[in-house]
Write a protein that binds this ligand. Structure first.
Ligand SMILES: Cc1cc2nc3c(=O)[nH]c(=O)nc-3n(C[C@H](O)[C@H](O)[C@H](O)COP(=O)(O)O)c2cc1C
Length: 247
């Protein structure tokens, strides 16, 4: 198809609404006092968790910081950014590196077909553990690396497994960031706005929320109703040609 203009003949019943949601989303740094109702937030979180995710292992968590004491300290940890100060809801969006095994078992327990197909059982029971397991101090990773390299040279392409905790952190972060974007768009579709924040003190925030070494805060999300002057700058992006490569 390349970059030639094509006229789509596909039926696109949601296109206008989708465009309206995406194009009206902005990072909002000041919110009104209007609360986000619990049922709206719940629905937005449900939509967030419909995001595509690797092997359906769902390595994400959402900490909705409602307690006033924790909230005050969380705002400090967000460097007292206006978005955090004025948000109706402040949410820590967290990637987990330790629950892939438990979730693989849970997929089999909650699988929507009965009996669970053998292929699915093998995938979650054998392949997933092989892909993720590292052993103490990554002792098994060297063997995994050797097997993978040999396969690549002798038999052809093979997906690299995860060798280090850093690899798994990257994997969990990828998945969680997709859920974060769904959440941001779901809020917008409900008439609310948000500001993703990377400008926060992660160790301090983890302490505050009692998070462990296997929980990584991918971003903080401030959410609420857009206030007048809540948007600081006009939106712009660089030209598509700078980023898109047809190969
Ligand atoms: C991962 C991430 C971290 C961000 N961190 C902050 C932040 O700490 N403070 C802030 O005001 N905006 C933050 N932003 C918002 C960006 O500045 C904003 O998305 C960008 O300027 C484009 O503007 P737009 O979202 O209105 O299109 C962040 C956005 C992302 C995706």
């Amino acid at each position: 198809m390349g970059n030639q203009e094509q006229t789509s003949t596909i039926d696109t019943p949601h296109l206008d609404s989708f465009r309206a949601v995406v194009e009206s989303r902005r990072s909002v740094r000041r919110f009104t006092d209007t609360p986000i109702p619990d049922d709206v937030l719940r629905e937005c979180l449900r939509l967030a968790m419909l995001a595509p995710n690797s092997s359906n292992l769902q390595p994400w968590e959402f900490f909705v910081i409602d307690s006033p004491n924790i909230r005050a300290k969380a705002v400090d940890n967000c460097m007292r950014q206006n978005a955090a100060k004025t948000a109706a809801r402040l949410i820590a969006i967290v990637a987990r590196t330790d629950n892939w095994h438990e979730h693989a078992k849970q997929v089999l327990r909650e699988y929507p077909l009965s009996p669970v197909p053998k292929k699915v059982k093998d995938y979650y029971g054998r392949l997933i553990p092989l892909e993720f397991v590292r052993g103490p101090v990554n002792v098994l990773s060297l063997a995994k690396w050797g097997v993978t390299q040999t396969h690549r040279q002798l038999k052809g392409p093979i997906k690299s497994p995860y060798y280090t905790l850093e690899d798994i952190k990257q994997w969990a972060t990828n998945n969680t960031a997709l859920a974060a974007e769904n959440l941001i768009l779901a809020l917008r579709a409900h008439g609310f706005d948000s500001c993703a924040m990377g400008g926060f003190d992660e160790p301090a925030m983890k302490d505050l929320l009692s998070l462990g070494e296997h929980q990584h805060i991918v971003m903080m999300l401030a959410a609420g109703e857009r206030a007048d002057k809540g948007i600081y700058h006009p939106q712009f992006r660089f030209a598509q040609e700078q980023f898109v490569h047809y190969v």
